[in-house]
Design a binder for this molecule. Structure first.
Ligand code: NAD
Length: 369
């Protein structure tokens, strides 16, 4: 049997630093859990522009299409701010998402107990929180036509179009139901069916797909009410599915329930490949953090938890994903903090590599437990 394959694209800024720590963890799984990966590494974003004059070389794109999963660090930085729009680092990431047709964006909001006081909400509201937002990523108002700024009479009008086909709703709803089946069998769909026809269709199609998942308790909520409920009592939710625009807002709001940007992983999934695995790109939510790049200050946990998502959703290694998440939790419970997680005075921060090493040590300790 061949090993599962991973393409690693560290990117720019803190991307390579956090990815170095993920490589330690991938190596640990190879040697200690007999779970070796065939890892290829390549350039994306500003690093690819510097080498090839394009933020994503065609060869890299071809590799991304051929592997079982792609793991990306971050792209961008001030050095590239004045580049033409067509070659900006972010275009590399957008090309990956578009050509791999990654229509379901999974953003977990999980609050580790040790960090519950870090949230702007009260401890009892967020402690133990573990929800998943599934955002439709390739359609809706960000892509719908007509769009633009037009002359109308003696003034200008700005137009964007919310547009969803039944099949676009069906496939993302199916991803969300599948996810709910692996979790607590509870799914809440959010739209604005009270004021938007696309919301009416969204609700109808989600109900239809729900007939194939009778075990999942499906509910519907208007997205504005959903935003309120997320801040009031987020633990009422398990999986939430919503469109591109509402998902953009709701997932950012949910993310902040948990504290730091340095803690947030994500996955973007597409249609199943021939081997049954979905096309998949895993990446931390944060950017390239040029303000701290090269200083050993970056928190590698978001990228490490993105690899945990890869273990669970691409490689069917749910137990090993849980082992990695528990190792992160154990390290935080011991009081280790990178600089972004420091609240209390008198606690010295650990470096990026010290955090990575501590997580590997906690993985090792899990074998003795
Ligand atoms: P950012 O996420 O890079 O940084 C925001 C703040 O959070 C900074 O103060 C940074 O130091 C901190 N931070 C982020 N990740 C951290 C981590 N792992 N550990 C500790 N602190 C962390 O967002 P920004 O400053 O708005 O953007 C910087 C660059 O990144 C820009 O070029 C932007 O276009 C790009 N960007 C890329 C992505 C991506 O690759 N997916 C996402 C967002 C922004």
């Amino acid at each position: 049997m061949t090993n599962p394959s991973l393409l690693i694209l560290p990117g720019d800024g803190i991307g390579p630093e956090v990815m170095t720590e993920v490589r330690k963890i991938i190596d640990w799984y190879g040697t200690r859990r007999d779970l070796p990966f065939d890892v290829t590494e390549d350039l994306v974003g500003g690093a690819a522009y510097d080498a090839h004059g394009t933020p994503l070389h065609d060869d890299t794109m071809a590799k991304a299409q051929a592997v079982d999963a792609v793991l990306l660090g971050a792209v961008g930085g001030p050095k590239y701010d004045t580049l033409d729009f067509s070659v900006k680092p972010e275009r590399g990431l957008l090309r990956l998402r578009k050509e791999m047709d990654l229509f379901a964006n999974l953003r977990p909001a999980q609050c580790f107990d040790a960090l519950a006081d870090f949230s702007s909400l009260k401890r009892d509201v967020v402690a133990g929180l573990d929800i998943m937002i599934v955002r439709e990523l390739t359609s809706g108002v960000y892509f719908g036509e007509p769009r633009g700024i037009f002359e109308e009479g003696n003034e200008r009008v700005g137009i964007n179009t919310q547009r969803y086909t039944e099949s676009e709703i069906d496939r993302v709803a199916r991803s969300a139901f599948e996810l709910a089946m692996r979790r607590n069998k509870k799914l809440c769909s959010m739209e604005k069916a009270n004021v938007m026809e696309s919301g009416v269709l969204w609700r109808e199609v989600v109900d239809q797909v729900g007939k194939d998942y009778p075990e999942v308790a499906l509910s519907h909520m208007y997205a504005d009410a959903g935003a309120m409920q997320l801040c009031r009592w987020p633990k009422q939710f398990d999986v939430i599915v919503t469109d591109n625009l509402f998902g953009d807002l709701l997932s950012d709001a949910a993310a902040m329930l948990t504290g730091s940007l340095g803690m947030l992983p994500s996955a973007s999934l597409g249609a199943p490949m021939e081997n049954g695995r979905p096309k998949a790109l895993y990446e931390p939510v944060h950017g390239s953090a040029p303000d701290i790049a090269g200083q050993g200050k970056a928190n590698p946990i978001a990228c490490i938890l993105s690899f945990a998502m890869a273990l669970r959703y691409s490689f069917d290694q749910g137990d090993e994903a849980a082992r990695l998440e528990q190792a992160v939790e154990a390290v935080l419970a011991k009081g280790l903090r990178t600089a972004d997680l420091l609240g209390e005075e008198g606690v010295a921060p650990v470096s990026t590599s010290e955090m990575g090493d501590a997580i590997v040590a906690a993985l090792e300790a899990s074998l003795q437990a």
